[in-house]
Design a protein around this ligand. Structure first.
Ligand SMILES: [Zn+2]
Length: 373
């Protein structure tokens, strides 16, 4: 993974490269980011650059014996620790899956990783056996490079085993570089945090995400625009959203909302396949899209949204705005967020959808009926 393979973050990359070129490599670094910000790719690019035999001024060479192994994540001095499940395995048992999943999608999140090893419903952790294993590996001399690199992805799942890691960070084996990549620094032991140097990775901006989608031919026009808008700077989510929006998301949402408004629950139930066929992630994205449309409807009277919505969506949001009372806003937000939460907990799609549909029906302003008819 070269720095040039990673979207955006140009200032951050320059700073990282500068510190490496000046030999100012802190032995334990904590990369802090939100999901979908390319933090794991940056950690790997960092390690690849530090180990590259023929490094250029602004990137690793990509072709030396070290880079070739790094490209496939098989360098013998590169060690990964990441969330797994159970107590009998170590990360070595999963390393081939980890390499394949990462190389297929360097922006993968924990959910993508667990899906790829069929562990969706298992509790992620890093067990003591893995920590002992990594300690053993790092106590050995490096094979080829000056540095042994230990990349720890999502150390927030280390739990109490982190105490063992603490000792490792306090008395690091010689020429060892620790790169911890976290999305929830609050869940890491403060004693670990205090022993690391921080690298904060900013969220991608709306236009960063849009450029990525267009530049990589994932989406264009309104689809790229909408996916970027809903992604909250999460590149991984934006790609999924773009794929999902390419489906006629708008038409399904408009039809469903109309059914909610009219209290047509039997039609919603009879068309349940339309929703359940989306799968867990697809349904979450559908609800996020719905939430975004309702939010737009609430804002449209006060903001120009023409650069954020398509012409059809703008027209629809305008009509929808007349049905939403200010006092219902919070109830609608909560209802959608609860539905998304329930899907994550593997609740029944039918129950979740009916529940949300009823709440929406009750929150939308009833049609004004003239006393004469
Ligand atoms: Zn190289």
């Amino acid at each position: 993974m070269k720095f040039s393979d990673i979207h955006g973050h140009s200032e951050l990359k320059k700073n990282i490269i500068k510190t490496i070129r000046q030999g100012r490599i802190a032995h334990a670094q904590l990369l802090i980011s939100s999901e979908g910000s390319s933090s794991l790719p940056l950690a790997i690019a960092y390690a690849q650059y530090a180990s590259c035999i023929d490094k250029g001024e602004d990137d690793s060479c990509g072709v030396c014996t070290s880079c070739i192994k790094y490209n496939q994540l098989i360098h013998p001095d590169l060690h990964f620790t990441f969330p797994i499940f159970g107590s009998n395995e170590t990360c070595d048992d999963f390393i081939n899956d980890f390499r394949t999943t990462f190389l297929a999608n360097p922006l993968m999140n924990l959910n993508d990783w667990f899906n790829s090893i069929n562990a969706d419903n298992k509790k992620p952790n890093v067990n003591v056996k893995e920590i002992r294993n990594i300690m053993r590996k790092l106590s050995l001399k490096s094979y080829e490079s000056e540095y042994k690199v230990s990349i720890m992805w999502l150390p927030e799942y280390f739990g109490k085993e982190g105490n063992v890691l603490l000792k490792l960070l306090e008395e690091p084996p010689e020429k060892t570089l620790f790169l911890l990549v976290t999305e929830h620094p609050d869940n890491i032991l403060t004693t670990i945090i205090s022993r690391t140097q921080f690298i904060k990775i900013p969220r991608y901006s709306y236009s960063d995400v849009e450029q990525y989608l267009i530049g990589n031919r994932i989406a264009e026009g309104d689809i790229a625009k909408n996916a970027a808008l809903m992604s909250e700077g999460n590149l991984n989510k934006a790609i999924k959203l773009a794929t999902e929006i390419s489906d006629p998301q708008f038409d399904i949402f408009r039809s469903w909302l109309l059914d909610c408004y009219q209290g047509n629950m039997s039609k919603i139930i009879s068309e349940m396949d339309v929703y359940s066929d989306k799968g867990k992630e697809g349904l979450k994205l559908f609800f996020l899209y719905g939430l975004q449309m309702l939010r737009s409807a609430m804002l449209i009277k006060h903001q120009d949204l023409s650069d954020k919505l398509t012409a059809t969506e703008l027209e629809f949001a305008g009509k929808l705005s007349k049905l939403i009372e200010l006092s219902s806003t919070q109830i609608i937000y909560d209802a959608f967020n609860e539905a998304i939460f329930e899907i994550d907990r593997n609740g029944s799609v039918k129950l979740i959808l009916i529940n949300l549909s009823l709440k929406l029906k009750n929150s939308l302003r009833p049609k004004v009926v003239s006393p004469t008819n």
